[in-house]
Design a protein around this ligand. Structure first.
Ligand SMILES: CC(C)(COP(=O)(O)OP(=O)(O)OC[C@H]1O[C@@H](n2cnc3c(N)ncnc32)[C@H](O)[C@@H]1OP(=O)(O)O)[C@@H](O)C(=O)NCCC(=O)NCCS
Length: 186
């Protein structure tokens, strides 16, 4: 158990991804990615099934309008409650047990070159954009419609465009570093 509640930032909770019914688009899409990646592993006996998972992935991608590539690096336990419009750049890294709402974009752009690295148990609100080589700490929360262009420390809440940290009713500017002490109060 973590200090931020029961959801771990390190150990994937695979039950979050288990399909509850046939029409479960977010989980079906993730399942096609997981099964494809297992099938493509070297010496996998399921290699011959990979084309089937590619077709499944295409079908659920059309249904959801999401663009989550087959080769992306996503920790187990990702929740896509409303998967529509979720876009993840293939070079991004996402930790275990994250939650992303609709229209989330995790990709390149912004002042920092590279792709985002998102920690474990990070909640990303609807319409939020995380752009460039930023690092989002474990248990962080990204507000709806935020545009994150700088690192967000562990457990912090970032809101707005460009995103700033909110803590104790105050707003802090992100200083491009994971230490809260480097934030300047605005
Ligand atoms: C970011 C979030 C988690 C913060 O929740 P919280 O810790 O309870 O924070 P508060 O509501 O106390 O807000 C703290 C401050 O941030 C501001 N704020 C909160 N969310 C914001 C957002 N998305 N954009 C801009 N500002 C926001 C509040 O106005 C408040 O500002 P103030 O201190 O100047 O009054 C939440 O507001 C959020 O955006 N959740 C995403 C929900 C979502 O996407 N739902 C989709 C359902 S389908």
């Amino acid at each position: 158990m973590s200090e931020h509640g029961k959801i771990s930032a390190d150990t994937p909770d695979w039950s979050r991804e288990r399909c509850r019914e046939f029409w479960d688009p977010g989980r079906r899409l993730l399942r096609s990615i997981r099964c494809y990646q297992v099938a493509r592993k070297r010496h996998s006996p399921w290699r011959w099934l990979s084309k089937y998972w590619v077709l499944q992935h295409r079908f659920w991608s059309v249904v959801t309008g999401a663009d989550i590539p087959l080769n992306c690096e996503i920790g187990g336990g990702l929740l896509l409650i409303h998967p529509n419009g979720v876009v993840i750049f293939p070079g991004s890294i996402i930790g275990p047990n994250c939650l992303a709402f609709q229209q989330v974009t995790i990709g390149t752009g912004g002042p920092k070159p590279g792709a985002p690295v998102v920690g474990g148990n990070v909640t990303i609100g609807a319409g939020a954009k995380i752009l460039g080589g930023v690092t989002i700490g474990d248990h962080a929360r990204i507000g709806a419609n935020a545009v994150v262009l700088q690192d967000v420390p562990r457990g912090a809440t970032a809101v707005g465009v460009p995103a700033t940290i909110v803590a104790g009713g105050k707003h802090y500017e992100l200083a491009g570093d994971l230490s809260l002490s480097l934030y300047s109060e605005t």
